[in-house]
Design a protein around this ligand. Structure first.
Ligand code: HEM
Length: 128
């Protein structure tokens, strides 16, 4: 696109780092999410920084190290219910605010992540 990538527009890798740190701080405290995430989120955050860099038009860091993203397949080992999907998006919404990502990028990013998150649902809600 004529104005370059979302990645560049929001401030590049520095902003991705802020966003991902703010996101996993919340994931690590969210009662709906802690059961499926590791206690130490360092490695998870490192992979997510690489992924989101590439997802928003920066260098293909994730694929260089991990190959094709195959995101849905990589999430199949975890029970992702609709309410876990919503919890993920809630953490991401707050992280976008903390990282001070402004419009129109805030909405563009949230929209794209919301669609991807919906695609990750692989388990119906239970009565737990
Ligand atoms: C990995 C949960 C949505 C990108 C993971 C892991 C979990 C998880 C439990 C494994 C963490 C680890 O062992 O280190 C969820 C849940 C979601 C969700 C509950 C709610 C819908 C997303 C979305 C994206 C994403 C929307 C991308 C836009 C990733 C990436 C990894 C990952 C890149 C690392 C994959 C790898 O290289 O192994 N996710 N995820 N996830 N997730 Fe998600």
């Amino acid at each position: 696109d004529i104005q370059g990538s979302v990645y560049e527009a929001i401030g590049g890798y520095e902003t991705i780092e802020k966003l991902v740190e703010a996101f996993y701080t919340r994931v690590g405290k969210h009662p709906k999410l802690t059961p499926i995430f590791p206690d130490d989120l360092t490695e998870t955050a490192r992979k997510q920084k690489m992924f989101l860099t590439q997802f928003f038009g920066g260098p293909p860091l994730f694929s260089q190290e991990r190959g094709h993203p195959r995101l849905r397949a990589r999430h199949l080992p975890f029970e992702i219910t609709p309410s876990r999907r919503n919890a993920w998006i809630e953490c991401m919404t707050e992280a976008l605010e903390e990282a001070q990502i402004e419009e129109p990028f805030y909405s563009v990013i949230l929209e794209r992540l919301s669609m991807t998150a919906t695609h990750m649902i692989n388990t119906p809600e239970t009565e737990k």
